[in-house]
Design a protein around this ligand. Sequence first.
Ligand SMILES: O=P(O)(O)OC[C@H]1O[C@H](OP(=O)(O)OP(=O)(O)O)[C@H](O)[C@@H]1O
Ligand SMILES: NC(=O)CC[C@H](N)C(=O)O
Ligand code: SF4
Ligand SMILES: [Mg+2]
Length: 533
Amino acid sequence: MAAAAATPTASSGLIRYAAAAPAHSHHQARCSSARPSLLALRHRAARPAPFDYDGDETGDDHPREECGVFGVVGDPDATSLCYLGLQKLQHRGEEGTGIAAAGEDGTIKLERGLGLVGDVFGADPTRLARLPGHAAIGHVRYSTAGAAASLRNVQPFLAGYRFGQLAVAHNGNLVNYHALRNKLEAQGSIFSTSSDTEVIQHLIATSLSRPLLARICDACERLAGAYSLLFLTADKLLAVRDPFGFRPLVMGRRRNGAVVFASETCALDLIDAAYEREVEPGEVVVVDRRDMSVSSACLVPHRPRKSCVFEHIYFALPNSVVFGHAVHERRSAYGRALAEESPAPTADVVIPVPDSGFYAALGFSQTSGLEFQQGLIRWHYSGRSFIQPSQAIRDLAVKLKLAPVHGVIRGKSVVVVDDSLVRGTTSSKIVRLLRDAGAREVHMRIASPPVIGSCLYGIDTPSEGELISNRMDLEGVRRTIGCDSLAFLSLDKLHSIYGDEAPEFCDACFSRNYPVLPTVPEPVPELVSAFED
Ligand SMILES: O=P(O)(O)OC[C@H]1O[C@H](OP(=O)(O)OP(=O)(O)O)[C@H](O)[C@@H]1O
Ligand SMILES: NC(=O)CC[C@H](N)C(=O)O
Ligand code: SF4
Ligand SMILES: [Mg+2]
């Protein structure tokens, strides 16, 4: 992709952009583009959307976040291991966390709270002590821009039904959630959260299949979208991955035979669990904690594999192996490809945007031969800025988080490499920081294509109106950011890095080729007539 280049402009575009950013949600964007029927529109107007049940002040609470799941079965320290594993997955969700553990008597107990894993469980050790057991599942939740934190949506969810207790932890997003929920509510189901995940428990409870494995298969075969799930019952831990395999889920084993499931391998490494394999797309793995037998079943729908390429680009930790690839190796390859495609011949030095831009910048430096320097220092007490709830806070968060190293930058022409550009907040701030620190020229290189579509499958890319590359062309983005030149990795080049495997990856946020589209919910007849009355 050609770089946009021009003389520097003192840009106030970010501020204008922030003020103009539409408040509508990603979910609304999806529904409107799907052209719901008139009846469906009337139906939605007649009652609050299911997401509004929490009654938070913003009314903007959508199931569109990324999360991490972790589970252990067959270890006397299951709960503590779960706590440590969740710490390691903290980057996947900072808003809330919880652990459900099955005790020796078969009773499942649950502790959860809003905030970081260390705050919820580390600050009050009695919470972990209240969760004895040999099997546990946990969750870290990643909420969306503008969404209010809501304790009732923090997972795992625990419910009792006629066959006992069932806890669930979910990473992903269901695109037929509304349709399923409408139907279940019409049949009398009562929901206590505004999360898509709760429908899964209802589908399992109302399934006529036997035994539990068949009920879970029955329920999951009715789901559309992304789900990497862990279920805990009195005597079993089950792991399920949707047939497209959007979200990661791996299985490992400790030396004492305990079986471990995690969103990323970095969490297995932490607790000395050896990586065994991925849970395959469309697979259900059942571990019975009474005899530690492991069995597996397949969901009936078979789909082409579509694993999320954004996990490699940004989301996963670089020391994880995700979808069979070392994440750091993928990121270096993007950087090398970017240097081939869009070099910066006048530059003196390559600097990464920490943290996620590090390996791509290293790759860029290797291929370009330009010196690699740490020109921006990351302040490690702040979280991921992409996750912060409002634009104003995100702006300040970037400034708090990154500081220039004047000696590296002053008088230099710098190439700044970041993994992705979404709203443009980070890049705009960085260009300003670098110019203030005396950079002569600033060339932005982004190691992924422009983000032009919202994710429907569990990553909180913002609504399409908030995506800067959706609102303006390359030159417009460059001018808004205020850099001397700007280039993205092209989609073709990204595909070429994956070779024959490229079709097995979802790239819808760069291409708008969505593997599965949202189901437009049908109106519930009784409710429509009640409205007409
Ligand atoms: O264009 P924007 O809307 O600013 O979003 C893109 C930025 O957000 C992410 O960083 P983040 O700070 O979330 O996490 P990181 O520290 O892992 O890079 C990503 O790595 C980009 O730097
Ligand atoms: N999307 C995620 O990965 C989290 C699970 C679920 N969609 C929720 O709302 O909490
Ligand atoms: S749309 Fe983008 S973020 Fe979402 S699953 Fe596909 S590649 Fe990943
Ligand atoms: Mg970043």
